[in-house]
Design a protein around this ligand. Structure first.
Ligand code: GTP
Length: 235
């Protein structure tokens, strides 16, 4: 296999499936099966999930709520999603550990880097909840930060689209997909892969990113086996 240790970033919205809000059980079960498949291959899997299906700090701030308060609420939303995924993974027979950037001893372990790495070495899927634990940072940044800390080989950003396009494919029919693209090109063309904080963190730490469609069955497995799936951002 191509990647031994991966950090999988899932958006909160992707957990909604076809629902307007919350968590879709079938979607969760599909994700758990896909993750189980790669964990069974011996791939060490760490996961960061967003919280946008439950609460969005930025939108709440636009509506007049205090930004910091909104961001903390968003972090709690990621813990709810993490617990849901943990539950479905365990139902599928996958050993998991959930660590939170904000202490919630009754629910999960606190984030301790060394412990997380030990869990991974024992082939436990580790889910990191509560983002970075700080307001003003996205879960993409949390994913990147954790990936660097645990020395993951790659950040896999699971999305609704199957990669990075020359323009927004939902608006521009002539847009074409990149198989690979350099960090510099993403900057110079003003393409959106992750927010700038997350993206720059990847670049400065030489951490490749793959943007791919997580909803297509088998994609995650193909990816870790080294097949060209989605778009690879490299150097
Ligand atoms: P090893 O030390 O490698 O055996 O890892 P382990 O996770 O099995 O050991 P530990 O005894 O630390 O954890 C046993 C269980 O308790 C696991 O399910 C952990 O997720 C859980 N656990 C550990 N620390 C905490 C905590 O602070 N809060 C909560 N809620 N659970 C915890």
């Amino acid at each position: 296999m191509k990647y031994k240790r991966i950090l999988l970033k899932l958006s909160g919205e992707s957990l909604m499936g076809n629902k307007q809000f919350g968590i879709d059980h079938d979607r969760l079960t599909e994700y758990a099966a896909a993750i189980k498949e790669v964990a069974a291959m011996g791939v060490e899997v760490a996961i960061v999930i967003g919280g946008g299906n439950i609460f969005r700090g930025i939108q709440a701030a636009e509506g007049g709520m205090d930004r910091v308060q909104g961001d903390y609420m968003g972090m709690l939303a990621t813990v709810i999603n993490s617990m849901a995924l943990q539950s479905s993974l365990e139902k599928a027979g996958v050993e998991t550990r959930l660590q939170s950037a904000i202490k919630m001893e009754q629910i999960c372990e606190p984030f301790i880097r060394r412990k997380a790495v030990r869990h991974l070495e024992k082939n436990r899927v580790v889910i990191f909840g509560a983002g970075t634990g700080n307001p003003y940072f996205t879960t993409d940044t949390a994913a990147t930060l954790r990936a660097i800390e645990i020395e993951a080989d790659v950040v896999l950003k699971g999305t609704r689209v199957d990669g990075i396009y020359t323009a927004d494919p939902e608006k521009d029919k002539t847009a074409t997909k990149y198989d690979t693209i350099s960090f510099e090109e993403v900057y110079s063309k003003g393409l959106e892969v992750m927010d700038m904080t997350a993206f720059t963190l990847c670049k400065e730490n030489k951490l490749p990113i793959i943007v791919f469609d997580m909803n297509k069955k088998g994609n995650l497995k193909r990816l870790v086996e080294g097949e060209k799936v989605g778009t690879l951002v490299e150097f």
